[in-house]
Ligand binder design. Sequence first.
Ligand code: CP
Length: 317
Amino acid sequence: MRNFTNVKDLGNLNDAVQEALEIKKNRFAYKHLGENKTLLMVFFNSSLRTRLSTQKAGMNLGMNTIVLDVNQGAWKLETERGVIMDGDKSEHILEAIPVMGNYCDIIGVRSFARFENKTFDYEETILNQFIKYSGRPVFCMETATGHPLQSFADLITIEEYKEKPRPKVVMSWAPHPNALPQAVPNSFADFMNEADVDFVITHPEGYELDPRFVRNARVEYDQMKAFEGADFVYAKNWSAYMDPNYGKVLNRDRTWTVGERQMAVTNNAHFMHCLPVRRNMIVTDDVIEGPRSLVIPEAANREISAQTVIKRILESL
Ligand code: CP
């Protein structure tokens, strides 16, 4: 694997999950692969899980790891060509990226959607600039349209906790005070569409996701109906994708907050969320603290998904 930007880069998904579960049994078995290799993690946005789990994954593989917070201590970067740089941005990303490439063997990039220009976001302009100009393999640590390391960890978690061969997995929109990107739900849909699950998406009207990610998944606007018989409930907020409302919050309807009322109609479903989560907006205290909540094992599997991806990239160098 040269780059990791979406589910297709993993090839056979079942093989990838089985490889991840093997790595989890002995996460130091491949320490030789990363000897004298450097992992650079570039963050344009905040992170807790991605930062720690990916750094840990690199260390498990014997790599040296460097973390760059672009907005804290580095020069402010211009990202658009043709701009007269007479403002507060001192360096252009088109010089910064190849310079970064000099100091490492693999680069991870976190760069969220900006909601200023849908085409700029959905063409993954920043991620693709890293792929084009760094001269290094690049992997996505949540960029404008996807968060595949998260979804891979989610799938590993579903594999570990499923109680039937083909579980029903429901991804539900839930309210949030701010406009959040569609990256996590896009990737989750991408992975679930490839996995052996019965996948349903539920959200209020106006929150339709990009059809390239939804594909043939069932979309159900009645949340209670969607939850009936669910084995896994995956809650997430996202802002509107469709024009003319791209990046907007259309409602904050707290009847969509996942609580005991919704969970009661499921098949004693496991609750999942990628974290960080706003309690009593996305999910009630009782559900997230309940015995069927998987938010902590899910976060723990971020180390395993990252390690599987970085291992495969190291094997290709
Ligand atoms: N789930 C996730 O990516 O968490 P962070 O934003 O804290 O990295």
